[in-house]
Design a protein around this ligand. Structure first.
Ligand code: CAA
Length: 283
């Protein structure tokens, strides 16, 4: 299948990063959100990130202008319907994602491929609520999308081979590397990464170390680019907690028990960088 137009649902940190890399690779992008303010902010972020690439000599200015002209924004689900591939990157809540696919369905072309950027929710279950489970799969980017090289491709139980191949071609065209994962809770990256972050929160909770010593230890002792608590703030503590809950519920193993301190921070609304307060204070 020839993919030329990509619909991106959700203009948050993942959605705008996806629109950024897709438009630079020559795809026409339609990015939707329920808020005009979110769409405006997303376009400002894309412009700022591309301009930085231009000023560092990594991107010719005319390529940036071409890419920006290929991104259209909309508040209407109907405008997404003509896309060849849809990447849903909305809030990490199953009910929200299901409602989006339900709203989208009447507007879709019969051969549109549907994907979700979910970091942990069952692809098989999301697919089963649509009219095309064989044309549905997981298309999971890492944050920050323009920088990180990996895309996890997750087949649901019914995903067919042409759908997988079409998605793999897109990953290759945007210059990233695909890693295939089977559809089990949190797939590969988050199955390994988020329990590590949760363990770092336990280390803090139990007083083994403080925020700075834990992050310093993992940066210098394990060569991680960010410490686990800094990374948690970067990902969003609500997202980390949601992933731990998916692992805990889906695998029924106490080793995935979310740290009570992580839960407390989320209950306080201290979600990390996006709320300017998490394990660090960004105010
Ligand atoms: N958007 C676009 N570009 C960005 C960016 C952003 N948000 N943040 C940084 N960059 C670019 C910078 O412009 C810079 O580009 P150049 O090399 O062209 O100059 C480059 O990235 C490096 O940035 P900096 O020099 O400012 O900072 P750094 O060297 O400390 O790197 C980092 C920043 C890339 C974020 C690095 O700290 C890192 O790799 N951190 C770990 C990120 C990570 O683990 N991500 C995965 C999270 S898990 C996930 O996403 C899955 C999930 O479902 C939860």
């Amino acid at each position: 299948m020839n993919i030329q137009t990509i619909g991106v649902i959700g203009a948050g940190q993942m959605g705008n990063g996806i629109a950024h890399v897709m438009s630079l690779a020559g795809y026409d992008v339609v990015m939707s959100d329920i808020s005009q303010d979110a769409l405006n902010k997303a376009m400002d972020t894309i412009r700022k990130n591309m301009s930085r690439q231009v000023s560092r000599g990594k991107l010719p200015e005319e390529e940036m202008n071409g890419a920006l002209s290929r991104i259209r924004t909309t508040l209407e689900m109907a405008d997404i319907g003509a896309s060849d591939l849809v990447i849903e990157a909305a809030t990490e809540r199953e009910t929200v994602k299901q409602a989006i696919f339900e709203d989208l369905q009447p507007h879709l072309k019969p051969d549109t491929i549907l994907t979700s950027n979910t970091s942990s929710i069952s692809i098989t279950r999301l697919a089963s609520r649509t009219d095309r489970p064989e044309k549905f799969m997981g298309f999971h980017f890492m944050n920050p999308v323009p920088v990180m090289k990996l895309v996890e491709l997750i087949r649901g139980i019914a995903t067919d081979e042409p759908t997988y191949k079409a998605c793999l071609e897109v990953v290759e065209r945007i210059g990233k590397t695909a890693s295939s994962a089977e559809d089990f809770p949190a797939f590969i990256v988050n199955r390994v990464l988020v329990p590590m972050i949760n363990e770092a929160v336990y280390v803090l909770y139990e007083g083994v170390g403080n925020v700075r010593s834990i992050d310093e230890a993992m940066k210098l002792g394990a060569n991680h680019p960010m410490g686990p608590l800094e990374l948690a703030d970067f990902i969003g503590l609500d997202t980390c907690l949601a992933i731990m809950n998916v692992l805990h519920d889906g695998l029924a193993d106490t080793k995935y028990r979310p740290c009570p301190l992580l839960t407390k921070y989320v209950e306080a609304g201290w979600l990390g960088r996006k709320t300017k307060r998490g394990f660090y204070d960004y105010r």
